[in-house]
Design a protein around this ligand. Structure first.
Ligand code: THU
Length: 147
């Protein structure tokens, strides 16, 4: 099945996913950047898996919120069925953040396994931007290339 944009989320489902991303951001370990981020993944069965950024005294080892959420989803046995993703930054007045390049690739792996094109909700306190993962990462390299 397709998933993604054609699988439009209603306003309540969108808000619940964004709320989960903000709740995860509140758990961020971001003492170096002071830029807490949360991500929440929505699956076809309604389950939400969230993650926050986890920084390190060795700065370059920081883990992004989306990557943590995807790793948790894999550990929970999920291999596809990704319908939507919310990414939220806690910094007041900030522009909605879009997933960094590495996270786009990490999200693509679990999306590609289930053949979905998830809707990505990029949220700040003031604004939400909606974009498909395929628009954030066109011509993605994925598992099919290695098949
Ligand atoms: N960050 C994320 O968690 N996700 C993104 O998509 C962008 C950046 C984190 C990494 C780092 O801990 C902080 O935000 C500042 O770059």
């Amino acid at each position: 099945m397709g998933g993604g944009a054609e699988m439009k989320l209603d306003a309540a489902a969108e808000q619940a996913l964004i709320d989960a991303a903000f709740a995860a951001a509140a758990q961020a370990y971001a003492p170096y950047s002071a830029y807490p981020v949360g991500a929440a993944l929505l699956f076809e069965d309604g389950a939400i898996v969230a993650g926050c950024n986890v920084e390190n005294a060795s700065y370059g080892l920081a883990l992004c919120a989306e990557t943590v959420a995807v790793a948790k989803a894999f550990e929970a046995g999920r291999r596809g069925g990704l319908v939507a993703v919310a990414v939220a930054g806690l910094k007041a007045d900030a522009e909605p953040i879009t997933p960094c390049g590495r996270c786009r690739q990490v999200l693509n792996e679990i999306a590609a396994l289930g053949g979905t094109d998830p809707l990505v909700l990029c949220a700040s306190k003031q604004d939400v931007r909606r974009v498909l993962l395929s628009a954030l990462l066109p011509h993605a390299f994925g598992p099919a290339h290695l098949a």
